[in-house]
Design a protein. Structure first.
Length: 479
């Protein structure tokens, strides 16, 4: 009776240990998968922020978002599946092979050879499966891009017709379905081939073992042991071969990420607190190496000047601004400060701030939208918002600077959102302020006040406007 209780306790202990081990394994796998994803996400985010704008802008924004949602998730998940599984199965194989080799060396070598052949055959399936997986990922990205574009411009879709958008969504979803189906069919076919080979190997072990009994090389007891050991050798081979799907997913995701990881980074920046002269000499620029957007442009920019760019659509104004902001790079830009010459694209970030025609505000507080995480003093924030003629409006809100804005600044008028963007640019406190059609969202009186306030800050103002400026200017340029 005592033995019964002992065995019962041992059995219960083993069951509890298995449950604890299984639960711990699942928890640790989940924990380190998410940790790996977190580290890779932050690393990729930093990489993209430091990447040359000219190269990164060639990618659809939703494609970049999907790298975080799909590729990085796939990489982190499969790394945590493949490597622990490979190590476990390798150790299991080595142990079983040693015992099998002791019983029958010839059988052990032949069987390991068959297992190696299985791995080689499994690898042959890799290339076609990888291509199918990449096509599947591309179809998912295209569908996600359409969803993003639709709900980012829902007002336009609903104003005109949603039939076209619906049909595109149906087509994109069908493409995802078809690509997924092709991938799954090939995966099933691959697994069937591996399972068939696995069954053949098991049959071979019995037949070959029986033959070895007839020749007197092994006993029936040895054959029983052989069959058990074969299972312990075959299972690691089977499991490793079965990882082909996870490996292909990992490889496909890395292949998709590879081009973006190789993009050229921006030049390191040196901070300047001013400039004496900025000159563009015979600057030309083309996006396609065929059509010149800027053609031999000459422009001299001096401190505290107001430069008015009278710019019809398609004149190259946006391109000029992007060149001055360092987003696109070209030759012919010369900068001097304190009698020293500086490479412009190594100092431009500390010299320029920009207010686009369509102001960008994200979901969050007004204060967060103004500071973007920078530790500005309260006095600086108040001065900037007053100069942008938005301080009184902010203070009239129930929560003031802590008022939460919705995506794209919903809840504010376009003029209010534009003035918050102006205040944000002023907080950067750069000697050059680039203003792109900011008067389009402001009434005449507010526009005049804002321009007068900005002119009084002793900054160089580059103002693009279709209509006449409401303040005096030092230079007018017709692009």
């Amino acid at each position: 009776m005592e033995k019964f209780y002992l065995f019962a306790i041992l059995l219960a202990s083993m069951i509890v240990l298995q449950l604890i081990t299984s639960s711990t394994q699942r928890y640790l796998t989940s924990k380190y998968t998410q940790k790996l994803y977190l580290v890779m996400s932050v690393s990729l985010y930093d990489k993209l922020l430091l990447t040359n704008y000219e190269y990164i802008s060639a990618y659809h924004s939703e494609d970049i978002t999907n790298y975080f949602k799909t590729e990085l998730q796939m990489i982190s998940k499969n790394i945590m599946v493949i490597f622990p599984s490979f190590i476990f199965n390798l150790s299991r194989f080595i142990g079983a092979f040693v015992f099998l080799f002791v019983i029958d060396p010839i059988f052990a070598v032949i069987f390991v050879g068959l297992g190696t052949l299985l791995l080689i055959l499994a690898r042959l399936f890799k290339s076609p499966l990888k291509k199918l997986n990449i096509k599947f990922l591309e179809s998912v990205h295209e569908k996600e891009a359409h969803l993003n574009e639709t709900f980012s411009h829902l007002d336009i879709i609903k104003t005109y017709s949603d039939k076209y958008s619906k049909q595109v969504m149906v087509n994109k979803s069908e493409q995802v379905y078809q690509q997924s189906l092709r991938k799954e069919k090939y995966t099933v076919f691959t697994q069937l081939g591996i399972q068939t080979f696995y069954g053949f190997g098991y049959l071979f072990s019995i037949v070959f073992g029986a033959y070895r009994i007839t020749t007197g090389n092994i006993s029936v007891g040895d054959l029983t042991a052989l069959v058990q050991l074969v299972q312990n050798i075959q299972t690691p081979f089977k499991n490793v071969s079965g990882l082909i799907t996870q490996y292909v997913e990992l490889s496909s995701a890395l292949t998709r990420l590879d081009p973006i990881l190789k993009l050229e980074a921006d030049l390191p920046q040196t901070k300047l607190d001013g400039f004496d002269n900025l000159e563009l000499k015979n600057v030309s620029f083309s996006y396609d190496e065929k059509t010149l957007v800027l053609n031999n442009l000459n422009l001299r920019i001096e401190p505290n000047n107001v430069i008015y760019l009278n710019t019809p659509s398609g004149s190259g104004k946006t391109t000029l601004f992007r060149i001055l902001l360092g987003l696109y790079k070209t030759e012919g830009i010369f900068l001097t400060y304190n009698t020293l010459d500086y490479p412009y694209y190594e100092v431009n970030q500390s010299l320029t701030a920009y207010v686009p025609q369509a102001s960008f505000l994200f979901k969050g507080s007004i204060l967060d939208n103004l500071t973007l995480g920078n530790p500005y003093q309260q006095k600086e924030i108040i001065e900037a918002t007053k100069a942008a003629e938005i301080y009184e409006t902010i203070m009239s809100l129930d929560n003031g600077f802590d008022t939460i804005l919705q995506e794209d600044g919903k809840g504010l008028s376009q003029g209010q959102a534009q003035r918050i963007a102006i205040a944000r640019a002023l907080l950067k406190n750069t000697p050059i302020l680039i203003l792109d059609e900011i008067g389009a969202s402001l009434d005449y009186e507010t526009e005049t006040k804002v321009y007068e306030n900005l002119k009084g800050l002793n900054k160089t103002l580059l103002i693009a406007s279709h209509k006449p400026l409401t303040i005096p200017y030092d230079k007018k340029i017709d692009l």
